[in-house]
Design a protein around this ligand. Sequence first.
Ligand SMILES: [Zn+2]
Ligand SMILES: [Zn+2]
Length: 332
Amino acid sequence: MRAVLATGPGALTVTRVPDPAPARDGVVVAVRACGICGTDLHLLSGELGEDRFPLIPGHEPWGEVVAVGAEVSGYRAGDLVAVDPSLHCGACDPCRRGRGNMCERWQAIGATRPGAWAEFTAVPAANLHRLEPGFPLAVAPLAEPVACAERGLRRLDPRPDEPAIVYGAGTMGLILAILLDARGVGPVTVVEVNPARRELAARLTGAEVRAPEEAADLRAPWVIEATGNPAAFEQALASVARAGTLLVFGVANPGARAAVSPHRIYQDELTIVGSMAILHSFPSAVDTLRRHAERLAPLVTDRYRLDDVEAALALLRSGATIKTVLTPEEPS
Ligand SMILES: [Zn+2]
Ligand SMILES: [Zn+2]
């Protein structure tokens, strides 16, 4: 099959590799589309460790089941599925406490095991989520990012009819703003540095949108930091109303530091929560996509063939895309 192979930091090739076979408890999925995201850029640069290479990236696939392992029941060839990339061992202490995203032997499809920037990908049947007939396939590439967003919103646990602020109008900030509104939380304000992305946020989320310098007086009980930038984190924390909660969703550089007032956290009884990847949130993400497909579909903005992966990555780095997907087929 054709696949994108990352052979070392910054080194990609589109090549032929052997077709995958299903494990006894797994299936092979013919990939219809697989998203690319910021995590892939970190991975490809070698920041997450050079022991990951060589690797077929791609952790946001959906597609069609084409081969089924001997021990798999409940799936057959022709089923359409989205794939949860999380591989939790199930045996370590965090896994046994129901906190698989903290797994001591954490792995993920497309991050530590072969992924889906390819014509086919072999995955455990336990990672499949069925896309029933009639499912709005235009939003299928958003299953993984929406599952991450759902996990974050469970951590934030906002109340309806109360204001919220989202820092960052990247892909995840836009998804989070839309899902807050869909849950009746609001009014929602999006704070974003980049004017082009502010325009996108206004058009796609329906939220009020401001530049950071216009947001100094904003306060809300529910605040999300979705940039990974320490300066945005400081502003986000400052904008949490008394007794409010800050969700730290953006992925900061591990060495980044921000100034925090312990007194204010005490005095105002602030809550700060983190959210890391997906935990038990994939099934509800598939439901959310079905219910809110019309609002979420415009977020899938760009499609590239596997051969054009370098152009797709350049577009992602430029910031001029929301969700770019790779597709083994000719994009229609
Ligand atoms: Zn991703
Ligand atoms: Zn584990």
